[in-house]
Design a binder for this molecule. Structure first.
Ligand code: IYR
Length: 222
């Protein structure tokens, strides 16, 4: 691979300290309003909003800039139903067998079970695939680096972009997730990473009363 030409840092914006402070505060306050939602309205979301959120996610840094992600947006009711049925099947096995007592206890505050009606109700499912390696036209493989870290960062940015647009989301991780390759026709170099349910919240949506750790608990300053 040849080295890329170097150009001056484009569009960098420095803010005066006061403005930095207010911007960081405002951003924090806005992200604090984000909640994971499990009650969705069927109201359709504007496709261009989803496209913009995906393009925002795709600005994420990635190992060797390989951008090892693929997003599948599902709004087709038939496909959503197939995904729901398959997800509920693996979730049933999880809740009634695979999950340890300790795991089920940790999930208790979240009020979750094997029923996933939102997979059909919500306007949009975004299935995020981790592209483990690239494939050249001749079939040879292109190595990707730090794929999980990269796709995790992109997913975090996607969640923030969806929130910023005024929609809500749910990170759903049915396990195992390989049924998504089959239903969505994705090749074997792509591994389902996470299913993001996106839409408007139901009018009567409720969320568990849980809190985030304080800064003292999550950070150390030397
Ligand atoms: N994947 C299951 C169980 C589940 C696991 C964790 I860790 C959660 O934070 C929430 C749910 C499900 O989606 O129900």
């Amino acid at each position: 691979m040849k080295s890329a030409p170097m150009v001056p840092l484009p569009a960098y914006q420095e803010y005066p300290p006061e403005q930095m402070l207010s911007r960081s505060r405002d951003f924090l306050a806005d992200l604090r309003r984000r909640r994971t939602v499990r009650h969705f309205s069927p109201r359709p979301v504007p496709p261009e909003v989803i496209e913009n959120c995906l393009a925002a996610a795709a600005t994420a840094p990635s190992g060797a800039n390989m951008q090892p992600w693929h997003f599948v947006v599902v709004s087709d009711p038939g496909l959503k139903q197939r995904i729901r049925l398959a997800a509920e099947e693996v979730e049933r096995a999880f809740y009634h067998g695979r999950a340890s007592e300790e795991w089920l206890e940790a999930l208790e505050p979240l009020n979750v079970d094997e029923h996933k009606p939102y997979l059909e109700t919500a306007s949009c499912l975004i299935v995020i695939f981790e592209v483990r390696y690239g494939v050249n036209p001749d079939g040879s493989r292109i190595r990707h680096y730090y794929t999980r870290e990269s796709v995790g960062i992109a997913t975090g940015m996607l969640i923030a972009a969806v929130h910023n647009a005024g929609l809500v989301s749910l990170t759903h991780t049915p396990s195992p997730m390989d049924f998504l390759n089959e239903i969505l026709n994705r090749p074997t170099n792509e591994k389902p990473f996470l299913l993001l349910v996106v839409g408007y919240p139901a009018e009567d949506a409720q969320v568990p009363e849980i809190s985030k750790k304080s800064l003292d608990e999550i950070a150390t300053f030397y």
